[in-house]
Design a protein around this ligand. Structure first.
Ligand SMILES: [Mg+2]
Length: 254
């Protein structure tokens, strides 16, 4: 059995798929909790608040404390608060990113601002994309909560935030900045807020390009689990390999 202090789990494709829990992951998390280890949860999903993510975890049988749940919205809001000059931001996105920005003391405006934050918006429309493209062409900096092109759902894959941010950046001819995984920002926040050393932490996820690279960029151990986006055979072709590759998390209990 592994002996880390901070087990950092991706959510979509690692702990659940759509509304369905991944049984092996749920069992592994229950096992950790019985040992007195309370895991951390990191999601690139920007649409949901900490409270909503907590409810989602509860619905698949996992009790998680609020302060162990981190989203790309939270990390993005903390970053934007440090760079935004007039405290006003343009936003495309749902409750998760809006709440996080407001909680950092920022004001959401429809007038031209110097920052446009884009998170997944399931009410996205052509009109919203036209407006977003105009903000950027008029000088706003383009910040995406996360670069995920797609995410797993019950029927395969659905378009992720990265698909829409790239659409806007292509129209405006700029390079966006992304805050979610594979950027190490969320792991760094966990390390800082809960005082872990890198060697005490492990990042667990299904997506090589986000979860595994996030851990590698941060400098902690990583576990790839073959229950979501990146198949193990593709992971094994990469130049930088995860510390462990497993079919499912039950293997780690053996
Ligand atoms: Mg995932």
């Amino acid at each position: 059995m592994l002996a880390y202090k901070a087990y950092c789990f991706d959510l979509d494709g690692t702990v659940y798929r759509g509304k369905m829990g991944i049984e092996s992951a749920v069992q592994f998390i229950h096992h950790l909790q019985r040992q007195g280890i309370e895991p951390y949860y990191l999601t690139n999903n920007s649409s949901k608040t900490r409270e909503t993510l907590q409810q989602l975890l509860k619905s698949v049988g996992i009790e998680a404390p609020l302060h162990h749940i981190y989203s790309s919205s939270l990390a993005t809001a903390k970053y934007v608060a440090t760079i935004c000059k007039n405290n006003k931001v343009n936003v495309v996105g749902e409750a998760g990113i809006r709440t996080a920005l407001l909680e950092e003391g920022l004001e959401i405006t429809e007038e031209q601002s110097d920052v446009l934050v884009m998170g997944i918006d399931r009410q996205i429309s052509y009109e919203k994309l036209v407006k977003a493209s105009a903000y950027i062409q008029n000088g706003a900096k383009l910040i995406g909560t996360n670069e995920d092109i797609k995410f797993p759902n019950e029927n395969g894959f659905a378009p992720g935030n990265g698909s829409f941010v790239h659409l806007v950046s292509n129209v405006a001819g700029v390079t966006p900045l992304f805050i979610g995984k594979p950027s190490p920002v969320m792991l760094q926040i966990i390390a800082d807020e809960h005082q872990f050393k890198k060697e005490e932490m492990v990042m667990i996820g299904d997506n090589y390009d986000t979860d595994i690279l996030c851990g590698i960029h941060f400098g902690c151990d990583t576990i790839h689990v073959n229950t979501g986006v990146t198949p193990t055979e593709i992971v094994k072709q990469q130049a930088q390999l995860p510390t462990y590759c497993v079919e499912n998390l039950i293997e780690l209990l053996k």
